[in-house]
Design a protein around this ligand. Structure first.
Ligand SMILES: [Ca+2]
Length: 117
């Protein structure tokens, strides 16, 4: 079996001009400008910067939405602040999920305190 690999050496990238924080390189693509990349609580995990504080759990552990890893502004006008029971959300859920007879907050505030959409 003859396998032909492309010339680029994936393992030996010595990215010139790219800032690599010691011990935090993880799998962050070296080719991306650092302002496009945000790190999760797990240093090996990364997201695009615009996924930070967008209400969606992109890191998987909510570290892109919650302190201490990320400092986000309060929930926006279309959102209700509560500890979410849904993997997709973290500290805010869309108000459209309030009063829909389904629990989305661990404290049930989406059904009892939230005024609704
Ligand atoms: Ca996010």
């Amino acid at each position: 079996m003859n396998k032909i690999f492309p010339q680029g050496d994936v393992n030996g990238i010595a990215a010139a001009g790219t800032k690599a924080l010691p011990g935090e390189e993880g799998d962050v693509p070296q080719s991306l400008p650092s302002f496009l990349v945000a790190r999760c609580g797990d240093p090996a995990a990364w997201i695009y910067s615009d996924q930070k504080c967008d209400g969606t759990n992109n890191c998987g552990d909510c570290s892109d939405e919650l302190s201490p890893v990320t400092a986000c502004p309060p929930c926006g006008p279309g959102w209700w602040r509560c500890p979410s029971t849904f993997f997709r959300y973290c500290g805010c859920i869309p108000r459209s999920l309030c009063r829909d007879h389904v629990q989305h907050c661990s404290d049930w505030s989406d059904e009892y305190a939230c005024p609704g959409p």
